[in-house]
Write a protein that binds this ligand. Structure first.
Ligand code: PRP
Ligand code: URA
Length: 208
């Protein structure tokens, strides 16, 4: 699948191993999610268009560039929140639109509980943020909401995926590139990614 990019960066492998470790406490977990999100963002934005932009250095004019697109970050609550600040640090002009979705524990289907997208699309590129892509139900629902809103360029950024989730997202939205730190082995019978890292929201916010 050409649209699926799995990071091969040695630092990503190293940090992801620490993130998965059951004894990694929430403070360290949040720090690792921060760092990994910035590596993923770097890889996911290599194709951002530029426009010419001139500035004055203390000594001379300089004919440089600036990012030509307006960028929207769309974290899926709760766990996607952990990816917002590190990305805002690098793209401070990004807009942030939260989508509240949780997986029903019995059906594993996504349930929407929060959506305050503005009436008009005000960004050129939407980055959907969620550390975990398990069955793919939440990511598929989020991208569907964004397309119904009118978004045309959408990318998904996640830390760990199961093959089932990548397949579901790619089959439903083949135009959406998927950027991951790792592709794991399978889902267990409760819809958890194996080996995975457990419940990302609980580990981020200490609610496990
Ligand atoms: C987790 C995760 C994704 C979803 C992935 O959220 O952050 O949003 O599960 O699963 P899926 O691919 O099968 O839809 P969860 O529903 O646990 O909510 P939370 O972040 O509020 O804990
Ligand atoms: N959501 C998580 O947080 N972890 C999983 O393994 C699957 C869904």
């Amino acid at each position: 699948m050409k649209q699926v990019c799995i990071s091969q960066h040695p630092l990503v492998h190293h940090k992801l191993t620490l993130l998965r470790r059951a004894t990694t406490e929430p403070k360290k977990f949040r720090e690792l999610v921060r760092e990994l999100s910035q590596f993923l963002l770097y890889e996911a934005t290599l194709d951002l268009p530029l426009q010419e932009h001139s500035v004055e250095t203390p000594l001379a004019p300089y004919h440089g560039h600036q990012i030509a697109e307006r960028i929207g970050l769309v974290p899926i609550l709760r766990a996607g929140l952990g990816m917002v600040d590190p990305i805002l640090d690098l793209i401070p002009t990004a807009h942030v639109w939260h989508l509240g979705l949780y997986r029903d524990h019995a059906t594993l289907k996504p349930v929407t509980y929060y959506n305050k997208l503005p009436p008009q699309v005000d960004v050129d590129l939407c980055l959907v943020l969620d550390p975990m892509l398990a069955t793919g139900g939440s990511a598929v629902a989020a991208v569907t909401v964004l397309k119904e809103w009118g978004a045309s360029r959408i990318k998904f950024l996640g830390l760990i995926a199961a093959p089932e989730g990548v397949r579901a997202l790619h089959e439903t939205h083949p135009d959406v590139p998927i950027h991951l730190a790792a592709l794991d082995d399978h889902l267990n019978d409760r819809g958890y990614i194996i080996p995975g890292l457990g419940d990302a929201g609980d580990r981020l916010f200490g609610t496990g």
